[in-house]
Design a protein around this ligand. Sequence first.
Ligand SMILES: Nc1ncnc2c1ncn2[C@@H]1O[C@H](COP(=O)(O)OP(=O)(O)OP(=O)(O)O)[C@@H](O)[C@H]1O
Length: 361
Amino acid sequence: MSGSGSLEITATVVDRDVSVELAVPAGQVVAVLGANGAGKSTLLGLLAGQLRPDHGRITVDGTVLVDTDHRTWVPAHRRRIGLLAQQALLFPHLTAAANVAFGPRSQGRGRTDARRVAEHWLTAVDAGQYADRTPDQLSGGQAQRIAIARALAADPQVLLLDEPMAALDVAVAPAIRQLLRRVLAQTPRTTLLVTHDLIDALTLADRTVVVEAGRIVEDGPTRSVLAAPRSAFTARIAGVNLVAGTWTGQHLITGGGVAVHGTADPACRPGDAAVAVFSPVAVAVYEDDPGGSPRNHLPAVVTELEPRGETVRVHTAPFPGTSGLLADITVAAAADLHLQPGDRVRIAFKATAVTVHPAAR
Ligand SMILES: Nc1ncnc2c1ncn2[C@@H]1O[C@H](COP(=O)(O)OP(=O)(O)OP(=O)(O)O)[C@@H](O)[C@H]1O
């Protein structure tokens, strides 16, 4: 299998007011975040060949797929770009195995060879037992596994995932997320993942771009974008506390030796890079050691007090593993503590308010 390719796109779609420019090195997984109507699907549609830009150029590994200046247009079926949508969209009359073998067959592989590729990917997505079922005999989660196998069996240079967990039952989504994480780690593949879910971005993506009103307005390592949001959209979904470290089996430990206790995603294994996520609302601020000793309490230095209506957001100084923690406390509590930037405080948060997730590479 030849694997992934580097991607470059510059494109404008005038009537949608979308104008994007993005370069993705081979093998990188990029989360694409943005509000409804921001232009995420338009970006995927341009790459998949469902939509023509008014102006633009798209290349994969230097091969030109679209170039409006030279009237170059490679149709969707001749691009090695796989698209996985919210719905599995399997061919209803074909078995799961035949659905997965479809890509290799249409690329000219023989029946036996295509069948072998299909078996490999069905096993990779833990769906070997469904090989002979037709889509009407599969649950939503099972069908999405088959759709992932079908997308990967075609060995795309670029994989486009359009909210692949959004249509699934909340109970099934974590298993599919874990599966995507596993298959993307086994064979690095240039991937664009459209999602509304912070945890998808944190656990699957090396890099996050945020689209707002048809433009890419933020671009950077996922944790930095989420920890220091600059656009209104990211501020709404992010503004969370993130602490990066290593999962020991009992807790997360930062590079500086700070332990954070929380509920770990079952995919976390001892020794793995991990990230603890918790809301500023769950964080309390004390002058001294809090009594009753919540599991997590740390020394911190106040850097900024940000009034937010009924609450005050307390920003604290960075330490290894985090760009600084946030605490949302009441105005009365902030007044009682006489908080000032530069104050040394203790911050505390319950382990039950913290979730720990495997971190993207
Ligand atoms: N088929 C279409 N024809 C014309 N305009 C469209 C079409 N689809 C989307 N648009 C417009 O293009 C802009 C970008 O929409 P797009 O669907 O790419 O956003 P999105 O970020 O994917 O949103 P969502 O999260 O709701 O899927 C919006 O202004 C939208 O109204």
